[in-house]
Design a protein around this ligand. Structure first.
Ligand code: C5P
Length: 232
């Protein structure tokens, strides 16, 4: 396996397209992200199919609800043996803490490897949008740091964050606190600084534990070649 720390996002509306990518990358990638689109199109069957093929699954449904509801959703996800799932850290300490306890309890009677990750601040929300929401001057960077620390305190295994935030998060939450980084492009483009995208190599150099790559690999003519060229 070329890299256990690369997660390919299966952002498709049907299993045929998703499994075509899984087939093409069979010897190269072992970890796949199922998000809202594929999950709502194909349901839990796609999770079962991926697990039956021996793949690791990152279920990215970004739970955000009252603690009781999220606790039960996490409990329900245990049936599918997914390896990672996401919830919004903005759901607060109790919501995250109860999710973590579901996993801790499950460990006593099943061999779950489930890691729960918090989504801190979506990169689509900038300072202006956040200030509009909260009616207060909000700094996205310090909110990311605060939410990462709250996620750690609540017992989550890590967070999803952009590569440029990794160092600050590791500084405050420790090096074992997992950071999964999306926003990856295979080549540096001239306007990338603005978009805050990074290449796979850069993301790992900045300290990311896992990278999530979607279209940069799945929309190319030859996804396997894109993966093979990634670290050379
Ligand atoms: O842009 P790309 O196709 O590589 O995105 C792959 C996945 O990463 C998408 O499923 C998207 O939900 C997620 N993503 C994210 N935050 C970003 C960019 C992408 O969570 N800033």
């Amino acid at each position: 396996m070329i890299n256990e720390r690369v997660i390919i996002a299966l952002d498709f509306s049907n299993r045929k397209d998703a499994l075509r990518i899984v087939d093409e990358l069979d010897d190269l990638v072992n970890f796949y992200k199922v998000g809202l689109e594929l999950f709502l199109s194909e349901g839990v069957e796609i999770l079962k199919t991926l697990k039956n093929r021996g793949k690791k699954v990152f279920l990215d449904l970004k739970f955000h609800d009252i603690p009781n509801t999220v606790e039960k959703a996490v409990k329900a996800s245990l049936s599918y043996e997914v390896d990672m799932l996401t919830l919004h850290s903005l759901g607060g300490f109790e919501m995250m803490n109860r999710a973590k306890h579901v996993v801790e309890k499950a460990k006593t009677f099943q061999n779950t490897q489930l890691k729960i990750l918090g989504v801190t601040v979506l990169t689509s929300l900038d300072n202006k949008t956040l200030t509009e929401i909260y009616e207060l001057p909000i700094n996205a960077n310090s909110l990311v740091k605060n939410l990462a620390m709250l996620s750690k305190k609540a017992g989550l295994h890590g967070v999803v964050a952009s590569a440029v935030e990794v160092a600050e998060i590791k500084k405050h939450c420790g090096k074992n606190f997992i950071v999964v980084t999306p926003g990856i492009r295979l080549e540096k483009l001239s306007n990338d600084d603005q978009r805050r995208t990074v290449t796979p190599k850069e993301a790992f150099l900045l300290g990311a534990d896992y990278i999530v790559i979607g279209r940069a690999v799945t929309s190319t003519k030859n996804p396997a070649e894109a993966i093979l060229n990634m670290f050379t």
